[in-house]
Structures are given as C-alpha cells and as structure tokens.
Write a protein that binds this ligand. Structure first.
Ligand code: PLP
Length: 450
C-alpha cells in the first residue's frame, strides 16, 4: 500500500526558518579530515554516511557543515545534547567557571560540585541522595556494578539481550547488543529475554518476560544475585520501550534474590521521555542505583551514579577516586542544564512534541508498509523498517538508503537496533513541532522517491 501523498513534481521539504548565521568556516575540509588523516584515527573513525560529513558548528537543534549548510540534528550527538547545541545559558555557565577554576580533584572542595550534587539529588525520588561523579556512561555503569556486587555480596549480574551499557571491559559484559559486543570474558553475567513488545517472544506481556529473570536466578545461579540493570527505553537497541509491568515484576524478583536494581538513564534521563525526569517513572518503579551521562552535561564529558546512603557506604572502606569526576567546569555546565530544563519546561515540551511526532509517524505507517513499527515516548522515538510486515523481516539495506536520503534533505537521524533497521529520533529537547513536521515530510519524500 505504498501510496505517496506527494506527486512526482513535489519539491523537497524545506527546513523551518531559523534566525542564526553560522560563522564562515576556513578550516580543513571533510576530505582532509576524513581521508588524509584517516590513518591517525583508525577504527575510532565511526561514521554513518557514505560521504563524510564535517560538522563545524551547532546551534540549538541544528548543525552546520563546512559549507554553512544547516541540518536538523534529530539524534543530538547520540542523545547527548539535551538543551540544545551551544545553549547560551549553558555556555555562559561553562565560560564563567572556566575563568575561575578549571580543575580541582575531589580531594579539595569546590562549590560547583556541591551545588550540582545537591541539585541532582533534588531530582531523585525516595532515598536516592548520594551522588558520585564520573566522566561517561560506561564509567557510571562500572561503578554501579561494583556497588551492587559489594552491597549484595554476590557476583551475578542480569541484563537484557539487546542492551547496550558501555564499551569498557566490565560494561561490555553487561552489553548484549551484537553490533557492539566484543568476545571478552564476561564472568557471571546473565542476559535475559528482551521484553520487546514488537519483536519479543512474549509480545507485550511484561510479567511473562519477568519470569525469564526468575528462571535465570533459579537455574543459572546459586539463587542469589548482585543486581539487574536495564534502560526503560533501550537506546542503541532501537528505542525499544520495555513491555508494561516488566520492571515492577523484575525488581521484586531481583530484590528477593538479594540483588539491587539499577536503572541506566544514560539516554532516557532528564525528561526526554516526557516524564518528570527519569525513564523509570514510566514503569512506576524506584531503582536502588541510577546511572546517567550524555544529556547531563549537554555535551560535556560528565556522568553520575546516584544511590542510597546504605549502598554508597560500601565504598567507604577503600578509596573510590576519579581524577576528573565532578570537574568544576562540567559541574557548572551540568547545573546550568538542570536549570534550563526546568525553566524552559522541557519535559512537558518533549511530551507535547513527541505526541505530535509519533502521531504523524503512525499516520505515515498507515501508508507505507516498510514502516513496521513506530514507538517511543516523548522525544525518544524509534521507526523500525521491515521488508515484510507479517514476517517483520528487517529492512536493513533500505534503512541505509533512507539514511542517506534524509541527509541529502538536511535531516540527521540515528540508526540502530538489533538489525540496524531502526531510525532513532532523539533530538535536542528544544526540537519543535515544525521540526517534527519537516522530519516526517522529509521521510515521506524519501519513501515516495524510493
Ligand atoms: N548506557 C547507555 C544506555 C548508553 O546508551 C551508553 C552510550 O551510548 C552508555 C551506557 C555508555 O556511555 P558512554 O559512551 O558515555 O561511555
């Protein structure tokens, strides 16, 4: 039923107007950066597009390439730029702090770290009041896993198939998404069935998936575990929202087995899902440890682990030290992020724009069989492409072509999921309804011309 609403003479959709002039760029061009210097970057050079894209400037939800061309950034530097690129208030906070003090390790006190820790703790429910700062999501999850193991006195960790929790050696054990999974010894990690309502074997039955966690504990461990970690909406996994009721059931099972429950809010945190601040609120649970990074610093390298005083106390007998964790500039930037999100009411904005975007995408789905699923919440949205709706055959090659077409039209989206056939739309939280309309029109234009 591929019935494009565009006639063949329809002209390409145009980006919404935006009052900003990028600075003239005179630096090295894409060819120089990506071709001549490729050997220095090695496999760390990981980019989506056939032709390299040299991004030289960012302003709010838009990016500019070397020629001054504007793009809608619908993936936000992989869900990192929460407030907007170079948001003036975050920028001011970073500049002011940089002029005063750029670094002091946590063996000294500086007010920025205290201010930020207090503000962050005020966003957490219950007794989650102790904040450890680190530099990335991987470090946050490493620390959370250490705490879980020390606190419980057990080693076994449970994570979801299709999950991504980081690329360090410990978190690679938790990660199960095959695209990212290097074969390293992972020790005492159990990967349970993914509660994916679209592709999962138990449909939307959260309680049935939770039973698999119980089975792993009963048949694969001594009956005791250290902890369980999951995102509420999987990020790299393709914006998969866990089946309803899943976390409530699993948290009960895991706690009964002596484990602690960790919510990885690296992507779903800060109100992107349209909830108050955290993705876990959408499942009505309160974790024992919450990890976060990415959006917390609007692009600055900072992450955090927030937990209860009881769990934090397991680190009291030794030194748990992180040279850059809680760096003054990152802390000042992070504090400004929280203030901007609150004052600009970004959570409600995400809910509103997200509903509009998902509605329009679902409408598109009616007309294009290749769109197998549209899912997500707020501005954490997934579009899954299939070549056969009934069989749900992943349309990986088609997704790769569409990605290039969207780039040509000025839209940058993320690609991911188990089969690299899911577009992830997770823009800066200042993304507007006009941006959403442009994105959907650009997608329809690309599909119609397929
Ligand atoms: N957890 C989740 C859910 C992530 O998406 C990521 C990164 O994409 C990480 C952890 C690791 O974060 P980082 O890349 O900052 O180490």
């Amino acid at each position: 039923s591929t019935v494009p609403s565009f006639s063949s003479s329809f002209s390409p959709p145009q980006l919404p107007p935006f009052d900003y002039e990028p600075k003239p760029y005179t630096g090295p061009l894409a060819d120089d950066v990506f071709t001549k210097r490729k050997k220095f970057l090695g496999p760390s050079l990981f980019h989506y597009y056939q032709k390299p894209l040299n991004i030289v400037e960012g302003k709010m939800q838009y990016l500019y390439d070397e020629s001054g061309r504007r793009y809608l950034d619908a993936i936000a530097g992989v869900v990192t730029v929460s407030c907007g690129h170079c948001h003036p208030r975050v920028l001011d906070a970073i500049m002011e702090q940089s002029k005063l003090l750029q670094h002091a390790t946590t063996i000294y006190l500086h007010h920025a770290i205290g201010d930020f820790a207090e503000a962050l703790a005020s966003k957490m429910p219950a007794n989650l009041k102790v904040v450890y700062f680190v530099n990335s999501g991987s470090e946050a999850n490493e620390l959370a896993m250490l705490m879980a193991r020390l606190y419980s006195g057990n080693l076994g960790m449970i994570s979801l198939r299709n999950s991504y929790h980081g690329g360090s050696s410990g978190t690679l054990g938790l990660t199960a998404l095959n695209t990212w999974k290097y074969p390293i010894p992972q020790g005492e990690i159990h990967h349970v069935v993914n509660p994916d309502p679209y592709r999962g074997i138990f449909g939307s039955d959260g309680a049935r998936y939770a039973k698999d966690v119980q089975d792993h504990i009963d048949f694969g461990t001594s009956g005791r575990v250290a902890g369980f970690i999951a995102e509420t909406i999987q990020g790299a996994g393709g914006a998969v929202e866990l089946a309803p009721g899943y976390l409530k059931n699993v948290y009960f099972i895991v706690r009964k087995a002596g484990g602690v429950c960790i919510a990885d809010e690296v992507q779903s945190g800060f109100g992107r899902t349209g909830s108050h601040y955290w993705g876990f609120e959408t499942q009505g649970v309160i974790p024992d440890i919450v990890t976060m990074a990415k959006g917390i610093g609007n692009g600055l390298p900072i992450g955090a682990v927030v937990t209860t005083p009881e769990i934090a106390s397991v680190l009291a007998s030794k030194i748990q030290f992180n040279t850059f964790g809680g760096n003054p500039v990152c802390s000042a930037g992070g504090l400004a992020v929280l203030r901007v999100l609150d004052e600009e009411k970004r959570q409600a904005h995400c809910a509103d724009v997200g509903t509009h975007l998902i509605g329009r995408l679902k409408d598109l789905q009616q007309r294009y069989d290749i769109i197998g699923d549209v899912r997500g919440r707020g501005l954490m949205v997934g579009i899954e492409f299939v070549s056969d709706r009934k069989e749900k055959t992943p349309a990986k090659a088609e997704a790769a072509v569409l990605l290039e077409k969207l780039r040509e039209l000025g839209v940058l989206v993320g690609k991911g999921g188990l089969h690299a056939n899911v577009f992830r739309v997770k823009p800066p939280m200042c993304f507007t309804k006009d941006d959403a309309d442009f994105l959907v029109d650009a997608l329809e234009y690309s599909l119609a011309k397929f």
